[in-house]
Design a protein around this ligand. Structure first.
Ligand SMILES: C[S@@+](CC[C@H](N)C(=O)[O-])C[C@H]1O[C@@H](n2cnc3c(N)ncnc32)[C@H](O)[C@@H]1O
Length: 288
């Protein structure tokens, strides 16, 4: 259970809980590949907000779990969520990115993160400071993410992993290029992702602008037939070394896990991005 006060980024189903689930999934794999029990792992959630991933990892039996954020209000939110669930984390720290966890050498098995990731130009300036800090990710939505990727070797053990979420409103093509350049094949999109996520109502003022960006191949969104604009969320895992991750999926695909949207505008978005239209996107309907 999570407390979601209106002035703070909420623990939500389409990013926070996707990350929480994937962090536990990756922890199991890291434990197996390192030959350690879960209780011997050390993991942190950075940019923790209400700490969905940290609390899920603690509940799954990870031994040391920490959480950190640049905003004090997020740490209060974390402590409240921990107490609501009768749990406590091993360390809750104030600080930017990986900085609170940099020690004399690498010591972490897993780092989880849902970074601020909306391109700055798309953040509603009427929102309060805490929301803006949670959302603003620089011009392509990836500034802090790239900084973290560049510092992983300071904290991650050789078998360790970094797991994070990417939305299709970030500059995901730049992110893929960055990953190919910096970690080569040691990254993959996590099983069970991308998930399709409603973003905003189609009658909101920002929608024509988002569709124009989509038409220029900057973001991947589509108009659902339910009155909502939809996007995708991928989970990504990066190995601390090539040996830590044998990757079979180092690419962002556009077919959401579990169901294929049937909206004509989704198929149009696939065309814009040069993707094959699935043979049978429509669910089978039993004859009357
Ligand atoms: C998108 S929210 C994610 C919150 C939570 N992890 C979740 O998934 O629900 C991003 C969080 O990053 C924090 N943040 C923003 N800039 C940061 C930075 N430089 N270092 C650490 N945390 C930062 C914000 O305060 C916010 O809590």
């Amino acid at each position: 259970m999570f407390n979601n006060p209106a002035h703070l980024y909420p623990v939500n189903r389409y990013q926070s809980l996707v990350l929480a689930h994937l962090a536990c999934q990756e922890a199991v794999q890291v434990a197996a590949s390192a030959g350690k029990p879960m209780a011997a792992l050390s993991a942190v959630e950075i940019c923790c907000g209400g700490s969905p991933a940290a609390l899920a990892m603690k509940a799954s039996g990870v031994g040391f779990v920490g959480a950190s954020d640049i905003q004090g209000v997020s740490l209060q939110q974390t402590r409240l969520n921990a107490s609501i669930n009768g749990m406590s984390l091993d360390r809750v720290a104030l600080g930017s990115g990986l900085e609170p966890w940099i020690n004399t050498g690498p010591w972490l098995d897993l780092v989880a993160c849902n970074p601020p990731c909306l391109p700055d130009a798309l953040v509603d300036s009427r929102l309060g400071t805490a929301w803006q800090t949670a959302m603003k990710g620089g011009s392509g939505g990836f500034d802090l993410l790239f900084e973290i990727l560049g510092a992983l070797d300071k904290v991650l053990l050789p078998h360790g992993r970094f797991v994070f979420v990417v939305t299709s409103m970030m500059d995901f093509e730049r992110i893929a290029q960055f990953l190919h350049r910096h970690v080569e094949q040691a990254w993959r999109v996590c099983p069970g992702t991308p998930v399709a996520a409603p973003y905003c109502r189609l009658d909101e003022a920002v929608v024509p602008r988002l569709l124009a960006m989509r038409d220029e191949r900057h973001i991947f969104v589509w108009q659902g037939e339910d009155g909502w604009l939809w996007r995708l969320t991928w989970g990504v895992a990066v190995g601390a070394s090539a040996a830590a991750m044998v990757s079979d999926r180092p690419a962002f695909g556009f077919y959401p896990y579990g169901f294929m949207p049937t909206a004509p505008d989704y198929l149009h978005a696939l065309e814009i991005f040069g993707q094959a239209i699935p043979d049978n996107p429509l669910p089978k309907v039993a004859p009357r």
